[in-house]
Design a protein around this ligand. Structure first.
Ligand SMILES: CC(C)(COP(=O)(O)OP(=O)(O)OC[C@H]1O[C@@H](n2cnc3c(N)ncnc32)[C@H](O)[C@@H]1OP(=O)(O)O)[C@@H](O)C(=O)NCCC(=O)NCCS
Length: 162
């Protein structure tokens, strides 16, 4: 694998215009490349989600995104996308690790203690299961349909420590 292009990952502040760049990456990948409907790409979770944007430096070209939502007993990873030309440079991995760092920090601020584990759930498209497995996610339950495509619940248990 050749080395990754220079890049940065930023947490997009709430109501920031950069949110649209996250949506643009998602639309390129999930709608134009994979054929999912455009009208359901932006969903109910987007308003409350924490969005991350990966962009090349120094051009600031957006090429990847991921979002995190907080639920009663777990965090959810969703809408992970890296533009096709930029795959296999470990940028997807970098986005998941940025989300994990955010989750661990948020859980600690919410009162979780060292030794606790925090759950992150992802609904993986079947071809992406191996990607999540490399990041410590394990399959749970049966395959299911989501947006017309088969998915698998993948779960990571992140340790909390200083
Ligand atoms: C899934 C996706 C985000 C991966 O991004 P990426 O930047 O190409 O992945 P990385 O280079 O960070 O891969 C990290 C590791 O997972 C492996 N990997 C990547 N995609 C994989 C796949 N589909 N199956 C198995 N392993 C995979 C890589 O080889 C790498 O392994 P290594 O650490 O041993 O070298 C990207 O392929 C994508 O956007 N796909 C289309 C959208 C999509 O399916 N999103 C997920 C929805 S659930």
């Amino acid at each position: 694998m050749s080395s990754a292009p220079a890049h940065e990952i930023i947490l997009v502040p709430a109501r920031d215009a950069l949110r649209q760049q996250c949506y643009d990456v998602r639309i390129a990948v999930f709608h134009r490349e994979q054929g999912f409907p455009l009208d359901t790409e932006i969903d109910d979770l987007d308003a409350s989600a924490t969005h991350f944007l990966l962009r090349l430096t120094p051009s600031l070209t957006p090429v990847g995104t991921i979002r995190c939502t907080k639920h009663a007993r777990y965090y959810k990873l969703s809408r992970l996308a890296v533009l096709a030309d930029c795959r296999r440079f470990r940028l997807g991995r970098a986005l998941v690790l940025a989300l994990h760092a955010h989750v661990q920090q948020d859980a600690q601020h919410s009162g979780a203690r060292d030794g606790d584990a925090v759950l992150v759930r992802a609904h993986s498209q079947l071809p992406a299961r191996g990607f999540y497995a490399k990041l410590g996610y394990q399959p749970e339950g049966e395959e299911f349909d989501e947006d017309g495509a088969p998915h698998q619940l993948m779960v990571a248990r992140l340790p909390l420590s200083d």
